[in-house]
Design a protein around this ligand. Structure first.
Ligand code: FAD
Length: 439
C-alpha cells in the first residue's frame, strides 16, 4: 500500500500525489499534526486547518478511503508508519517555504528515496520560471510574461472510489483536535471551496477588474483561505476562469500569477523571512514603540482607514488587498514599526496567512525592494479611503467614531504629514546608496 501525505493540499481533486499513489495500488491518506507549525500559529488558523482536515477525512470516507491522523515530527511519524504498515512508497505535493524544505530534507534522510515529490501547490512550481540566463526573476512583469506563456497544467480528476485497503486490526486512525476559533470560519472543505469558486465566477468575475480595489473587498473571490491550505486547486480555478474569459478573468488569473511569483521569490530568497529583499532597507530607522505597535494592531491609531482595516481583520480573519496594502504601508513607511513583528502578527490574524504571499505583500507595500515598487510612493491615507470607500459605509461600519469620514479622528498617534516627510528624507538617502548585494 502507498501513503499520500497531505500538507498544503487538503483536497482530493487535482491532487497529483493522490493520482500517482493510486496508479500502483491502494493508498491511505495521512495528515501529520506537526507541532513546529501548529504551535507556531494562532487558534483561528489552527481551527481552520483542523476543520479542513476533518472535511478531507469525510471526503476520503465517502469514497471508501481512509485518512490517518498522526501527531509528531513528520520524519519520525513517517518512518514509523512505513515500518508499521509495510508502506511501499510515500507521495507528497512539494512545498517550498524554508521550514517545508528543512522538514522534507529530514524526511528524505529518514526514508532515502521513498518519497515521490510532485508539483501541485501552485500553477507554476517555484523555481520553474527562470530568466533566459537561468537566473530567477525579481520583477513581476517579466516573470508574468513567462508564466502566461507556460500555460495552465492539465487537471487531474479526484478518484471516484478508493480501492479497498487491508489495514492491521485495531489500527488507530487518529483524532483531529477541536479548537474554538475567535472568528466565524467559512464553510470548510473542497466541496464548499468549489461552490464558492462557482459563485464568484458567475457573479463577480466579469467585473473583477473594476471592483477588486474596494476597501470592503466585496468584488473579489475570498478564496485565498482555501488556496492557502490547498483545499482548492489554483490550477482548477485558473482554468475555469480562463474558459469564461474576458478582462475580469485575465486580471483575476494574473493575481494567481502573483501568488506563484510570491512562492518563487521565497524559494529563491529564503532570507526574505527576516531581511529586506533589498538589504539597504534594513537600515531604515525602525521605531520599536510598543504603544504604537499595539495601537496599530488593535485599530486604535486614530487614522480611520488603518483602524477600520485592523478591526475588520481581527473580527473576521479576512481583509481586502487594498486594505492590506494600506496597513502595511502605514506600519512600515509612516510608523517605521519593525516590519518583521508586524508581518508576523498580521499573518496570525489572517485565515489565509501564508509565508510567501504575506512576506511578498509586506515587502512590496513597504517598499523593501520586492518588484519594482518605488520607495517614494507613499499612500495618502485620506484619499485612499475617499477613492476606495467613497460612500464611507465601510469606514462607518468598522470605526463608528469616524462617522464615515476619512480624516484622523480623536487623537491620532501619528501626524501623517510629518511622518511622510520623515520617511522620505531617510528613504531618499538610503536609495542613493549603491546596491552592494541582492540576496
Ligand atoms: C501586506 C499584504 C499581506 C498579504 N498577505 C497574504 C497572505 O498571507 N496570504 C494570501 O493568500 N495573500 C496575501 N496577500 C495577497 C492578497 O491581498 C490576498 O491574496 C487577497 O486579498 C485575498 O483575497 P481574495 O481571495 O478575494 O483575492 P482575489 O482578488 O480574488 O485573488 C485571487 C487569488 O489570487 C491570489 N492573490 C491575489 N492577490 C495577490 C497578491 N497580491 N499576492 C499574492 N497572491 C495574491 C490569492 O490566492 C487570491 O485568493 C497579502 C497582500 C498584502 C498587500
Amino acid at each position: 500500500m502507498n501513503l499520500v501525505w497531505h500538507r498544503a493540499d487538503l483536497r482530493l481533486h487535482d491532487n497529483p500525489a493522490l493520482v500517482e499513489a493510486l496508479k500502483s495500488g491502494p493508498a491511505l491518506g495521512l495528515v501529520v499534526l506537526d507541532a513546529n507549525i501548529l504551535q507556531n500559529t494562532s487558534p483561528r488558523r489552527r481551527a481552520w486547518f483542523y476543520q479542513n482536515t476533518a472535511a478531507l477525512r469525510e471526503a476520503y470516507k465517502s469514497r471508501g478511503g481512509v485518512l490517518l491522523i498522526r501527531s509528531g515530527l513528520p520524519w519520525v511519524v513517517l518512518s514509523e508508519l512505513v515500518r508499521e504498515l509495510g508502506v511501499h512508497r510515500v507521495y507528497a505535493v512539494r512545498n517550498s517555504t524554508p521550514y517545508a524544505r528543512f522538514r522534507d530534507q529530514k524526511v528524505e534522510e529518514a526514508l532515502p528515496g521513498w518519497v515521490t515529490w510532485l508539483e501541485g501547490q501552485y500553477i507554476q512550481e517555484p523555481g520553474s520560471i527562470l530568466k533566459p540566463d537561468g537566473g530567477p526573476y525579481t520583477v513581476f512583469t517579466p516573470y508574468s510574461r513567462r508564466w502566461w506563456a507556460a500555460g495552465v497544467p492539465v487537471l487531474l480528476e479526484a478518484p471516484a472510489h478508493f480501492p479497498p485497503t487491508r489495514l492491521p486490526p485495531g489500527l488507530d486512525l487518529g483524532t483531529i483536535p477541536q479548537e474554538t476559533p475567535d472568528v466565524l470560519l467559512p464553510p470548510a472543505g473542497e466541496e464548499a471551496a468549489q461552490k464558492a469558486l462557482e459563485v464568484f465566477l458567475r457573479d463577480k468575475l466579469p467585473s473583477y477588474h473594476q471592483t477588486r480595489d474596494a476597501l470592503a473587498g466585496e468584488g473579489t473571490s475570498r478564496l485565498s483561505y482555501y488556496f492557502t491550505l490547498g483545499v482548492l486547486s489554483p490550477r482548477l480555478a485558473a482554468q475555469k476562469a480562463l474558459q469564461i474569459g474576458g478582462e475580469g478573468a485575465r486580471k483575476w488569473v494574473n493575481e494567481l500569477c502573483w501568488r506563484d511569483f510570491s512562492g518563487d521569490l521565497l524559494y529563491h530568497h529564503p532570507q526574505m523571512m527576516t531581511q529586506a529583499f533589498d538589504p539597504r532597507w534594513n537600515e531604515l530607522p525602525w521605531n520599536d514603540d510598543d504603544e504604537l505597535f499595539e495601537a496599530w494592531l488593535w485599530g486604535q491609531t486614530g487614522i480611520p482607514v488603518v483602524d477600520a482595516s485592523m478591526r475588520e481583520l481581527r473580527a473576521t480573519g479576512f481583509l481586502s488587498n487594498r486594505a492590506r496594502m494600506v496597513v502595511a504601508q502605514f506600519a512600515v513607511k509612516l510608523a517605521l514599526l519593525p516590519w518583521q513583528k508586524c508581518e508576523r502578527a498580521f499573518r496570525d490574524l489572517l485565515l489565509d496567512g501564508d509565508n510567501a504571499s504575506n512576506l511578498q505583500g509586506w515587502q512590496w507595500a513597504g517598499g523593501l525592494g520586492v518588484d519594482a515598487a518605488p520607495y517614494f510612493r507613499v499612500f495618502n491615507l485620506i484619499t485612499q479611503a475617499e477613492t476606495h470607500d467613497p460612500s464611507g459605509i465601510w469606514l462607518r461600519r468598522w470605526v463608528p467614531e469616524s462617522e464615515g469620514r476619512p480624516q484622523p479622528y480623536q487623537n491620532p498617534l501619528l501626524d501623517l504629514h510629518l511622518a511622510r516627510k520623515r520617511y522620505l528624507a531617510v528613504a531618499e538617502k538610503i536609495a542613493k546608496k549603491p546596491l552592494v548585494e541582492r540576496m
